[in-house]
Write a protein that binds this ligand. Structure first.
Ligand code: SF4
Ligand code: SF4
Length: 110
């Protein structure tokens, strides 16, 4: 099975050709990094979006739970990941409570 080449200086990235917008990775992320977004060209009308890459803690949950091998996380030796913060947790809660989508008017907690 082929995987995408790792883009430089990127904590997490997606092969959108494989993503079927199932929400599972969004649900699994502890740090509010992932969200679904509206995508009219996609069969399901939605697509995964990486909304807060700077909050990624490199836990690998998204990569582990994706049934379609569509999302990838950088190696720990190649990327300096963030620590889990209250602001990240609050963003994740807002995403889950809004049907796996970051609310358009979301304001970051401090
Ligand atoms: S590696 Fe962890 S923190 Fe980063 S996007 Fe995936 S689930 Fe979220
Ligand atoms: S788990 Fe995989 S297929 Fe499902 S939304 Fe995430 S990247 Fe897409």
């Amino acid at each position: 099975m082929s995987t995408m080449a790792a883009p430089e200086n990127t904590p997490v990235w997606v092969n959108t050709d494989r993503c079927k917008a199932c929400d599972i990775c969004v649900d699994s992320c502890p740090a509010g990094v992932l969200s679904m977004k509206q995508e009219p060209t996609s069969v399901l009308g939605a697509m995964i979006s990486i909304v807060a890459p700077e909050s990624c803690i490199g836990c690998n949950e998204c990569e582990l739970v994706c049934p379609d091998f569509a999302i990838y996380v950088a190696e720990k030796k190649e990327f300096k990941f963030a620590k889990l913060t209250d602001a990240s947790k609050a963003r994740q809660e807002a995403i889950i409570n809004n049907g796996w989508r970051l609310p358009e008017d979301y304001k970051e907690a401090n």
